[in-house]
Design a protein around this ligand. Sequence first.
Ligand code: HEC
Length: 153
Amino acid sequence: MRNRLALAAIALWVLTLAAAAIVFIRGNTVPSPDGRTTVLVQPGEREFVLDEMRSLLVAVRDIEDGIIRDDKAKVAAAARTVGMAAAHDAAPALMAKLPLDFKGLALPLHRGFDELAAAAEHGEPAPALTARLTGQLDRCVACHAAYRLGVSQ
Ligand code: HEC
């Protein structure tokens, strides 16, 4: 009897761990009719993510402007606004809803902007900086092709 209870407890524990692992990998998602995956978040969290997205677009615009004007300081400053320091603002509740793959696209994006800032500070020539920016835009494109946001109440 005690053995059975112990086995049942272990089975329950394994099931709980497996469920936690699935939530960790899949996040809070449902399939989208357009073939993408919808990440379900609260209205305020959606505003937070979209606000961050618009900051990314502004940064990309300013980086491009800095490259064209050969203003490396402007390139570095714009890239830093969306570097890893900015990524740490997200609340744990939101992070838990994002699928692992989503975070796998977002974190290298922020790291890439820090690398772009460092490269600009070291005087990397415009074509190399532009190539870095294109690589960053590939990450925007990849994530937008795969995910959209939905609101859960
Ligand atoms: C890890 C995923 C991910 C990455 C990387 C990403 N985005 Fe987004 N972005 C999203 C999602 C999800 C939405 C919401 C799209 C939807 O619901 O249809 C979005 C929306 C946007 C919007 C619309 C904002 C609004 O107010 O409606 C802009 C602009 C945007 N992204 C810019 C960018 C730029 C620029 C980059 C790259 C520098 C980027 N994003 C990288 C996931 C990402």
